[in-house]
Design a binder for this molecule. Structure first.
Ligand SMILES: [Cu+2]
Length: 291
């Protein structure tokens, strides 16, 4: 009994601190509980399911703890029975092994189901691809279809699955837009894939979720989701009015610094592939082209 109690309470403390940590410190919105697309919705449901299953253990254990402390307290006239010699209670064994096994089994089934589902496009609409490069301490976005580039923000059409293809040209980081879905690591020489989709227009905060030095705290970006026609006119506007991202400009960008939003009408065709290759990606190609 005692053992189950302590581990469950630790689980509870752990779960609460994880939640507290994930919730934004300086915003009044509970972004994790306000999902804005199908991926975030799936993950939200999973968080709620986990919280319910965990509380099935935590609440009875905390209740029993209080009951036992009061009932068996060593005070004058306490009539509670003293039974030091007992072993092997079939009923208790079934309860404290059965419930955790059941909970882990249910969590396992849903974890596997959702994990596989989230590696595929969330809906059947024609997807778009955005390549993401984490830099010290900024985020660069490349649009391979329209060949525009942005820094510290990206725009996406609502209702359209977006495949983010992620790499780093700096220490490893983690790409996270809480209202759209879970985080995904960016790693030098590697390509990671993350499907996200926004179903309602809005500005969604994103951040680097992996410590990368003194400018890390400023490594924020926005994902601006707007209806498809507005998204397309934004692309046209950037194409027509923004400067080009040259190799020289990129070499400036890659140096550690904190910058504001930037837009570029074009970028060198092989920029992204060169970034992956120069960091060791060329050695992976045979293994990783299937991604
Ligand atoms: Cu890989």
């Amino acid at each position: 009994m005692k053992k189950t109690g302590i581990s469950s309470r630790l689980k509870h403390v752990f779960f609460s601190s994880v939640l507290l940590f994930l919730l934004p410190g300086c915003s009044d919105r509970f972004v994790l509980f306000d999902p804005a697309g199908p991926v975030a919705h799936t993950e939200y449901r999973f968080i709620v399911l986990s919280a319910i299953l965990v509380s099935l253990v935590v609440i009875p254990v905390l209740g029993l703890l209080i009951y036992i402390v009061i009932r068996y307290r060593d005070r004058p006239g306490n009539q509670a029975p003293y039974q030091p010699n007992w072993t092997d209670s079939k009923i208790l064994e079934v309860i404290w092994w059965g419930i955790p096994i059941l909970i882990v089994a249910i969590l396992g089934v849903f974890t596997v189901r959702d994990t596989y589902a989230l590696t595929r496009p969330p809906t059947n609409q024609k997807p778009i691809t955005i390549q993401v490069v984490s830099l010290d301490w900024k985020w660069m976005f490349l649009y391979p279809d329209s060949k525009i580039a942005t820094v510290n923000y990206c725009e996406i059409p609502t209702g359209v699955p977006v495949q983010f293809v992620l790499t780093a040209d700096a220490p490893m980081n983690s790409f996270w837009v809480p209202q759209l879905g879970g985080q995904m690591y960016t790693m030098p020489g590697m390509e990671m894939y993350l499907w996200l989709q926004a179903d309602r227009p809005g500005v969604y905060d994103g951040k680097g979720a992996n410590f990368t030095g003194k400018g890390f705290a400023h490594m924020n970006f926005q994902v601006v989701a707007k209806p498809k026609s507005e998204f397309e006119s934004w692309v046209k506007k950037v194409k027509a009015s923004a400067p080009a991202l040259t190799n020289e400009k990129y070499n400036q960008l890659v140096k550690p610094s904190i910058v504001n939003r930037q837009s570029y009408s074009s970028y060198p065709t092989s920029l992204y592939q060169n970034i992956v290759d120069k960091n060791g990606g060329k050695y992976w190609h045979t293994n990783h082209e299937h991604h």
